[in-house]
Design a protein around this ligand. Structure first.
Ligand SMILES: [Zn+2]
Length: 301
């Protein structure tokens, strides 16, 4: 098998592709605009980005990381909030156009796999990954394998109810975990404490790093909610390691220390059980696309 595979991050208007070696290192990058906001335009954009990044190189497969519900066999996207995908045979269509194997996975699963293979989760057979961005995504590794559930929808932890009749969520429910623990939630907490909504998530993160009390308090709010939600998942899954990624995780221990404290105090059997380590992700924004390439290597296994 060729040592290289391609990973693709598919966004609403842009497609980014990377050529990755068997250790997960990025060798080359390309980008393409999607030509139109429909399925044909999306396929053309992916084909264009992959064709450019693989030029002159022997490679053995393409992996796609997509925000949405991906079928368990990695062949199609059943629902995506931001992309024109609703069950089309995307892997088959791309395979026909590119002449190589194509595997699709959820972007949080792909990022979890990258952290497991070559990031903060190396060596952890039972690993939970959570990514705090616009929402909260999660991926689960059990016995060194990606766990996708029966239908492929496992890991939608961001929509666990943590507050009955709580904050309204775009998913249609109320009180979802990601309304309290995510980049979006960081801004909500900051504003609730009297902060200026114009500052935005990255601005709050920067202010916290400089010691701004309001920003630090908002980050602690996110950390505490993160830890409380993790306590529920730990009660069910008992993982060895929890890797926290996404933009908010760049705050490191300013976020993770409150999360560790909340987890330790609210988990079932608190004080009488071993706890998983909670660590920051190592691969940053590239995790999804690198993980997609690494999943393509073995058709998602
Ligand atoms: Zn929700």
């Amino acid at each position: 098998m060729a040592a290289y595979t391609v990973g693709v991050d598919v966004g609403g208007t842009k497609v980014a592709a990377v050529l990755v070696d068997d250790a997960g290192a990025i060798m080359r990058r390309s980008r393409a605009e999607t030509e139109s906001a429909d399925y044909a335009g999306l396929v053309a954009g992916i084909v264009s980005a992959v064709t450019e990044v693989r030029e002159g190189v022997e490679m053995s497969g393409v992996g796609l990381a997509i925000a949405g519900n991906v079928a368990a066999d990695g062949s199609s996207v059943l629902f995506s909030p931001h992309l024109p995908l609703a069950g089309e045979p995307l892997a088959q269509d791309l395979c026909g156009a590119l002449g190589t194997r194509v595997f699709i996975d959820n972007d949080a699963n792909a990022a979890a796999w990258a952290e497991h293979e070559c990031g903060a989760g190396r060596g952890a057979g039972e690993m939970l990954f959570v990514a705090l961005g616009t929402g909260l995504g999660a991926g689960l590794i059990l016995r060194d394998r990606m766990y996708r559930g029966y239908h492929g929808f496992a890991g939608e932890a961001g929509h666990i109810t943590v507050v009955i009749d709580g904050r309204a969520c775009p998913c249609g429910s109320r009180g979802c975990w990601e309304r309290y623990a995510s980049g979006t939630a960081l801004v909500s907490h900051y504003v609730e404490r009297g902060g200026d909504p114009e500052v935005g998530g990255p601005g709050i993160t920067r202010a916290a790093a400089k010691g701004d009390p309001l920003a630090l308090a908002a980050l602690e709010d996110v950390g505490e909610w993160l830890g409380r939600g993790l306590a529920s998942l730990v009660a069910v899954l008992d993982p060895e390691l929890i890797v926290v990624g996404g933009g908010v995780s760049e705050s490191g221990d300013l976020l993770l220390d409150p999360a560790r404290r909340a987890l330790a105090s609210s988990v079932m059997g608190a004080g009488r059980r071993p706890l998983p380590r909670v660590v920051a992700a190592e691969l940053g924004n590239a995790a999804g696309v690198v993980g997609a390439a690494m999943l393509a290597r073995h058709d998602g296994q």
